[in-house]
Design a protein around this ligand. Sequence first.
Ligand code: 5CA
Ligand code: ZN
Length: 409
Amino acid sequence: MHAWPASEVPALPGKGRDLRIHDTATGGRVTLAPGPVARIYVCGITPYDATHMGHAATYNAFDLVQRVWLDTKRQVHYVQNVTDVDDPLLERAIRDGVDWVGLAERETALFREDMTALRMLPPQHYIGAVEAIPGIVPLVERLRDSGAAYELDGDIYFSVEADPHFGQVSHYDTELMRHLSAERGGDPDRPGKKNPLDPMLWMAAREGEPSWDGGSLGAGRPGWHIECVAIALDHLGMGFDVQGGGSDLIFPHHEMGASHAQALTGEFPMAKAYVHAGMVALHGEKMSKSKGNLVFVSKLRRDGVDPAAIRLALLSHRYRDDWEWTDQVLETAVERLGRWRAAVSRPDGPSADALVEELREALSDDLDTPTALAAVDRWAELQTAEGGEDESAPGLVSRAVDALLGVAL
Ligand code: 5CA
Ligand code: ZN
């Protein structure tokens, strides 16, 4: 699949700091020191509805991770998937009486537009689950042939006991795992499974549902976790730097994915850090396609809201926190954008060298965006109150806010 156009990332004087980020697996901060090419996999959308502020907040967090790396003069190898065949997508297509392929294409196209408008850096590899199927089949066959997977009435399940490190991403207890598995696409109550938590790797063709040639597996379609793992291993290999997504993906998705990859390769860990963004809520409940309590990026854009203001609204919260979207959050961002733009539109101003370092320090500190915004606020206030004589300052502030925060002033 094609991704979306990249906005240019201005180079800043000096060099950024290495990222210290919270890793779900170790439960603490890790300092990431990637090689010259940092490797990141971020779980993509299931394209049955438009991009909402929760999605945007999560992609914003991983966009910042990349901007910090780029500022340390590294390259970034970024991979993202599209879950373009899965139960919720098929269910929505049936509900609305539309073709599931068309639905997925339309919503993916809208997602690309939203990401472009928000200046999110595009992945180098943007891969759909459907196009990944030829690579998924041999992985499932390997897992089955090595005894890490088994068949149940034609479906193939992964045996969680096959990975000695199973449980080391989420550290959840069995009861919670079982509960979340049932809630998030698993089938812990299906009779005949070796362990109720075992996730499906390959689902045998069902009447009225799309299916693909699965070689020795028979016709069917892939399970959710193996889809992301096949794409990640194909394009990044084991031991990549960051596996990213929202906190609702910690279990089962990222736990199972890591176990699939570790059982396949015998290597540990799949990723150096498992990074999770908090959940954005609306009216007190997690924003979710299934509940329908959504604020869409595309709707705000149609209403004439500047995408830079949407981005500032996202940045005003710490990425790991759960937070609530309100009109006030957006109003504050619109007002802040106006102040910043006025401040950089002057021909000169107070020196911004210290500000660039403050931004670097804040972002390298587990993406502390509220502190970063406060630093720019202070420069803008000083500019308004006293001005300054540094002719390079307004341009430097614009470039720094663009390069590090993805906001075009
Ligand atoms: N296709 C899978 C991942 S392989 C999926 O979870 N798709 S999704 O469309 O449901 O979500 C896309 C991303 O947005 C995921 O990282 C998910 O954790 C995140 N996300 C979904 N809802 C919210 C929310 N309310 N707040 C923050 N992030 C969210
Ligand atoms: Zn995923």
